[in-house]
Design a protein around this ligand. Sequence first.
Ligand code: FE2
Length: 362
Amino acid sequence: MRRREFIAGGAALGAYAALCTDGRAVAPRPPKFLFMADHHVESDFMERGKPVYTMWKPGNHAALAKTYEFIGSDPYCRDIDFALFGGDQLNTGYMDHPVEMAAEKANYYRTLESLDLYKRTKGTDVSDLDFRSPESFYCRGNTPRGYVQKPIPFKKLDSRVIAIQGNHDTGVEDFYRECSFKCGDTRFITFFASYVALPAPPGKFRSTARISDESVDFVEREMAAAASDPSIRHIVLACHWTVVLGDPNFKWPIFDACKENGFNDNRKRILALAEKYGCDLFLNGHEHNGKYPVGKAGPMSVVNCASVTGSSAFAVFEMRDDKAVFSVYSRAVAEETPEGAVNVVETPRRLCEREVPLKPIR
Ligand SMILES: [Fe+2]
């Protein structure tokens, strides 16, 4: 019988290992992680700017805390190596509501404290993740008129919960834009794209983000390093946005190199890099329309997690040799009574299991 646990104590604190029940080490099983995107509560979004800002209504807060509580106690979900939050955790990214940003961040971290993985790893050694990110970033897009761009420093990784930025998180320095980390035989690379709000041509779909040259450079450096690392078999890309068009089969060519987008064509460069270095999985959120859950883009299987899981669900992935298997779970639901009480009316449950093909580089 095999169990997986964080090793407590000394330099190994925070590292994972697979152990037999008699303590003998065995080969670690494939990387397993949680992916959750698009926390933001749509129905509350338009309340921003009102005197009483209720993005984190007591019910919303309680429901997410209950979801984390489930993840932290369910034997399958709890047994993850890390959690990757795929963007739009908050609704604060516009940088012109600093008070609201501070309040949302406080609530976010208070809720995150209920996630067992976060509690277990915060402040401990996470060096086995070989985490890398640029030292700072410039906030692009979603900035108020007259805003002077200045570098925003990234914080040092201090837990196995890694949040990347979406268009609603743009100014949140706690979340990563470009970053890279390793888990088992897999290198995970994330990058950022800024929101440009392009109109879709009639009857078609066009994603609405622009990838900077610096982001592409980061992806290229990290992919090249991963491809030359003999311990790496899979390269996973993650971004809040997709790099492919959202048709059901992901067959349409990319056509974001247009006037409104400054003729930026960096998604083609990203896809070319994936082809060159053998990236076999792409994860994104953002487009929670429910229509385009999985597909292919060059060598990559693409999972639009916002469609697969919806903005009220999450998934646990396992990176096996030739496929990624992911289990989709619903999140908890809570209602508020007129008297102000909060009742959790639905607890998380497993909805389905799906898989997409992987092609290891070695
Ligand atoms: Fe988004």
